[in-house]
Design a protein around this ligand. Structure first.
Ligand code: HEC
Ligand code: HEC
Ligand code: HEC
Length: 190
């Protein structure tokens, strides 16, 4: 059963590769544009629009931020190093805001990972940017083990995949989630 699931994950990643090279090529290229690509070349903005020269370039805005293995900005490190300080509520009023963020330091170990290292889900790295209501209970029931999460569902955009690979770091940096080696997980192969 464990191997079956593992095989399934490989099939899914194979399919993603196929999508990347085939019909979804355009979308794929844009989505994976390197973070410091000049705005006029990112495939999203109109290079012939005169306003393009008014916008701050990524190399200027993000150039000094720490990056992960894929060269994408590591926002958790950026925050910890004090390079940015996000607002604690939508209207910027820490105490009177409508949905003021409340930080919580509680790690949850997700062990249904077959041969991959376990996933340590950190509440802290999330509640520094998100309110409890962003996840509970629309995406996750707030109870350990109550959510049938799997890699396949994440790849389909459910659970963690509601944000990761979209507004948060890519699913290709496996080790940022699968960070806790266990007996039988072996060395990194990804
Ligand atoms: C955003 C976090 C995240 C990233 C990035 C991530 N995973 Fe997962 N993965 C999970 C979670 C959560 C589970 C389910 C754990 C549970 O329910 O106990 C999981 C489960 C798995 C499983 C177990 C079988 C299954 O289908 O559920 C495999 C295999 C797996 N991941 C492989 C990978 C590989 C390979 C990568 C990188 C290419 C990767 N994962 C990247 C979060 C992640
Ligand atoms: C990014 C999404 C996310 C945010 C934001 C979030 N949580 Fe969670 N929470 C989770 C996940 C994932 C689990 C584990 C669910 C599982 O094991 O199936 C969890 C579990 C819990 C649990 C159960 C703990 C246990 O031991 O059973 C509680 C309580 C909880 N969260 C409270 C909160 C509170 C309070 C906040 C805001 C301060 C918050 N969460 C913010 C995703 C989130
Ligand atoms: C509501 C959006 C949202 C959901 C759902 C979500 N995350 Fe995240 N996650 C974020 C954001 C935002 C960050 C911090 C910014 C960044 O790193 O991109 C983050 C950071 C993390 C980090 C910290 C990485 C580090 O280097 O310290 C881990 C680990 C992580 N997420 C795993 C998960 C897992 C596993 C799940 C599902 C169980 C999940 N996340 C669900 C938005 C989300």
């Amino acid at each position: 059963m464990r191997w079956l699931k593992f095989g399934m994950a490989l099939v899914i990643f194979g399919a993603m590769g196929w999508l990347g090279s085939g019909m979804a090529e355009e979308r794929w290229r844009i989505k994976n544009a390197p973070p410091l690509t000049p705005l006029a070349e990112d495939g999203i903005r109109d290079p012939s629009n005169p306003a393009i020269t008014k916008l701050q370039q990524p190399a200027e805005a993000l150039g000094n931020f720490p990056v992960d293995r894929r060269g994408e900005v590591d926002w958790v490190k950026t925050l910890r190093q004090g390079l940015i300080s996000p607002r604690k509520s939508l209207d910027g009023d820490e105490y009177g805001g409508k949905e003021v963020m409340q930080e919580m330091d509680l790690d949850i170990m997700l062990k249904n990972t077959a041969q991959m290292p376990w996933v340590r889900f950190p509440h802290r790295a999330h509640t520094e940017w998100l309110a409890c209501g962003n996840c509970h209970s629309g995406i996750f029931i707030p109870q350990r083990g109550a959510n049938p999460i799997s890699m396949e569902k994440i790849l389909k955009g459910q659970f963690c995949g509601r944000c990761h690979d979209k507004v948060s770091f890519s699913l290709f940096v496996c080790e940022r989630c699968h960070s806790v080696p266990h007996e039988g997980s072996g060395p990194a192969w990804w």
